[in-house]
Design a protein around this ligand. Structure first.
Ligand code: HEM
Length: 402
């Protein structure tokens, strides 16, 4: 196997696109040392990424992944809570995956999601009313974050008042921990499991009009979800509904404000918003590298053979700016987006929540453009990014409303 190309550390997160540009020029498949000192394979070419996402030799079983990770680290202790939380549809392969996905699929169809529109519009209006009389705000804290979080909490039936707790646990769970740094993940995972198990018990004894209650009651010819499956499903939906659409709004607003001509064009013609959102997803999507996969057998991608038992990350952000697939990939083109981005993944794990994310973002951008036609980046803005290879998102987005 080739030597590791290089390591990624804290500096990576300031501008992953610059690093990906260099790697892509060298080849589509790289070996990279991550901040936890484990070497993983990273796919940066579009064609190879698309193939990898749909290849059944690349698997997702959470228990196997955990075992491989510990073997690479030379550790044996596993965190049973992490594995429990991750044994959901994104941490399983067929046939388990097929069964779990079928149970939630129908809640997220475009038709179901269209029914949520009026409520999402109402939440959006309330949030914008609350910031409307100020000159400067942190758009992450006051808008991009609370909008999707309110929606997913209501949809699932999770108390919104508890969001500070589970947001903190989630942040801990997706943040890269460097070698020698204190790992707070076992504490966060235990707290998260305890919280969700209690919530599931509450829905079991008193079902309400929400998705979690529906899942508790779901019965497919006698096939029901176990308590553990309910906890991990709730975790997946909560996290997916939290850290993703938030950053589609944040990264999209940033991209637009850096190119005020495109902001003005959209303001003049808001019918362009759905197309613009697809371009935000391609240009700087909320998921940088897709969730981990492992090779169940050797697989050759772009002339590189990856042996069995290796951890593989598909860098969606890198694929989405591959010049072999997208013309002028580093330029935002909201009026003429090239279709085919991989921001929602590809293959059997393609994002279940994509219709919801798209509707939320459409409502959010339409409302922002109408309410704050002169929105601008704060001149003193000093932007910082989350230190996660999974989530590409701003910590703060200071803007001038007028
Ligand atoms: C899967 C992206 C919003 C629920 C995925 C995957 C990606 C993704 C890339 C596949 C990961 C992989 O293959 O490793 C996004 C983006 C979003 C978004 C960019 C917002 C802009 C949501 C929302 C929900 C959701 C709002 C629901 C509440 C899921 C679920 C899966 C998934 C359940 C797993 C599907 C499976 O394993 O079959 N998402 N997501 N996502 N997403 Fe999303």
């Amino acid at each position: 196997a080739p030597a590791p190309v290089e390591s990624i550390g804290a500096e990576f997160f300031d501008d992953p696109h610059a690093r990906y540009r260099r790697w892509r020029a060298e080849g589509p498949v790289h070996r990279v040392r991550f901040p936890d000192d484990v070497v993983r394979w990273v796919i940066v070419g579009y064609a190879e990424a698309r193939i990898a996402l749909a290849d059944p030799r690349l698997r997702k079983d959470a228990g196997q992944l955990d075992a491989i990770l510990h073997a690479k680290r030379g550790t044996t202790a596993t965190d049973p809570n992490i594995v429990a939380l991750l044994t959901h549809m994104l941490g399983t392969d067929p046939p388990a995956h097929t069964r779990l996905r079928k149970l939630v699929n129908k809640a997220f169809t475009s038709r179901q999601v269209a029914l949520l529109r009026p409520r999402i519009e109402q939440i959006t209006a309330t949030l914008l009313d609350a910031i409307g009389d100020r000159d400067e705000v942190d758009l992450m804290r006051d808008f991009a974050n609370p909008l999707p979080v309110t929606v997913i909490c209501e949809l699932l039936g999770v108390p919104f008042e508890d969001r500070a707790d589970f947001q903190a646990w989630t942040k801990t769970l997706v943040t890269v921990v460097g070698e020698g740094e204190h790992d707070e993940r076992p504490t966060a995972s235990a707290a998260m499991v305890g919280y969700l198990a209690k919530l599931v018990r509450a829905k079991q004894s008193e079902p309400a009009e929400d998705l979690l209650s529906e899942l508790v009651l779901a019965d497919d010819e006698g096939d029901r979800l176990t308590d553990q499956e309910l906890v991990s499903m709730a975790f997946l939906l909560l996290v997916a509904g939290h850290e993703t659409t938030v950053n589609l709004i944040g990264n999209g607003v940033l991209a637009l404000l850096r190119d005020p001509e495109q902001w003005r064009a959209l303001r003049e013609d808001p019918t362009g918003v759905p197309a613009a959102i697809e371009e935000f997803l391609r240009f700087d999507g909320p998921v940088d590298m897709a969730t981990a996969r492992y090779t169940a057998e050797p697989i050759t991608l772009g002339n590189t053979e990856i042996p069995a038992g290796e951890i593989v990350y598909v860098a969606l952000s890198a694929a989405n700016r591959d010049p072999a697939r997208f013309e002028a990939p580093d330029t935002l083109a909201t009026d003429t987006p090239t279709p085919g981005h991989l921001a929602f993944g590809h293959g059997i794990h393609f994002c279940v929540g994509a219709p919801l994310a798209r509707v939320e973002a459409q409502i959010a951008f339409t409302a922002l453009l109408a309410r704050f036609p002169d929105l601008a980046l704060s001149p003193t803005a000093d932007l910082h990014w989350q230190t996660s290879t999974l989530i590409r998102g701003l910590l703060e987005l200071p803007v001038r409303l007028r």
